[in-house]
Design a binder for this molecule. Structure first.
Ligand code: PMV
Length: 361
């Protein structure tokens, strides 16, 4: 599969009036981590994530008539204000996908986007942002040319386009659990786009993710810089092998409802991600003392209480506490009275298993 499989059409006559589409798309939390890339934004290992529900990006794309053809012409608005810094990154992305959407060079574009979570919450917004934008582009393409794709074809194309913007975004196009990256354990999985996990035990539909905020500041090393530090990493080969094994075992745990295996694999992946950062040639650390305190306490509390709680980490210091709906009350008490008791602002964000993106208009 390559970009030519998705190459689209140019407009044959000029647009006469504005056309608008809008989508809301959620973020996702990786349980098996994508860390390291090759080629054109392809992953070096398979990853598996859960699409969330509360952390969303809402994006409205308007195409307007334009007199002459050329590079992408974009007017970009973020949370009600013009934002040239974000606009620049989005323009670069849009110029790179003109083979898929040749009409991008024939119109003026306006993008208005906002997040349903605070920008400072320390939540990676690129997954929700690029999935929302990719869905808008695919909807617009379908509207402009009257293309009728099946639901599966539409989602696959959106996932492919989202991946080119930000790797992890390709997984947000699907509800629930999805896998990105070729894995022998899941037929149809590919490096080009994400695929939904077909067989999930009902117990995992009740999974919750409460983000315990340790630091809201911008991280010192971006995730794209982090990915690049995997090139030539002394443990790269072992990591790829481990991610394949963890993907396969997590798929099995999701299918059979095995919470014990789920907890073991998810924490192993979080520790591995941050170990890889620390052991790269130019080592760096995104965990903070408070991160370490909280994750150690989660492990102790699991032993003390017997509750099915575990943690994962993104490329940052904030802790994602994972647990099940039926234990919400007990876990919430632990969050308030123990895990966040020294956190004066009690900074948390409650999220849970999500049903995927929604078309708003
Ligand atoms: O999609 P990116 O380039 O922001 O990378 C995401 C990397 C992790 O969040 C650490 C892991 C993942 O699979 O989402």
């Amino acid at each position: 599969m390559s970009i030519s499989d998705f190459s689209g059409s140019a407009l044959t006559s000029a647009l006469t009036e504005p056309v608008t589409v809008s989508w809301r798309s959620p973020s996702n939390i990786a349980l098996v981590k994508y860390w390291g890339k090759k080629g054109l934004q392809l992953p070096v290992n398979p990853s598996l994530s859960m699409t969330l529900s509360a952390a969303n990006t809402e994006t409205k794309l308007t195409v307007l008539p334009r007199k002459s053809e050329g590079d992408v012409s974009l007017d970009f608005w973020f949370e009600g204000a013009k934002n040239d810094a974000f606009g620049y990154r989005i323009s670069r992305f849009l110029n790179s996908i003109t083979p898929v959407f040749p009409w991008l060079r024939q119109v003026n574009l306006k993008i208005e986007t906002s997040n349903t979570f605070p920008h400072s919450a320390g939540i990676a917004s690129s997954a929700s942002a690029f999935s929302a934008l990719a869905l808008c582009l695919c909807s617009m393409d379908a509207d402009l040319f009257g293309i009728l794709l099946s639901e599966d074809e539409f989602r696959n194309k959106a996932s492919y386009v989202a991946r080119l913007g930000s790797g992890s975004a390709c997984r947000s196009v699907f509800p629930g659990f999805s896998v990105w990256g070729s894995s022998r354990a899941l037929s149809g999985s590919t490096d080009q786009l994400a695929v939904p996990v077909p067989d999930v035990h009902a117990v995992f539909f009740t999974l919750r993710d409460t983000i315990l905020m340790v630091n809201k500041k911008e991280k010192p090393v971006s995730s794209s810089e982090g990915h690049s530090r995997m090139t030539g990493h002394p443990f790269a080969a072992a990591r790829i092998k481990q991610a394949r094994k963890n993907t396969s075992e997590l798929l099995d745990a999701l299918k059979t409802g095995n919470k014990v295996a789920f907890i073991r694999i998810v924490e192993n992946e979080a520790f591995t991600l941050h170990s890889l950062m620390m052991t790269s040639e130019e080592g760096f650390m995104l965990m903070e003392p408070e991160t370490v305190r909280i994750i150690s306490r989660i492990q102790e509390l699991r032993k003390e209480t017997g509750l099915d709680i575990c943690f994962t980490l993104d490329a940052g210091p904030n802790v994602h506490l994972l647990y099940f709906e039926e234990q919400f009350e007990q876990v919430n008490k632990l969050i308030v009275e123990d895990l966040l008791k020294n956190n004066k602002q009690n900074m948390r964000m409650d999220d849970f298993y999500g049903k995927g993106p929604v078309k708003l208009g």
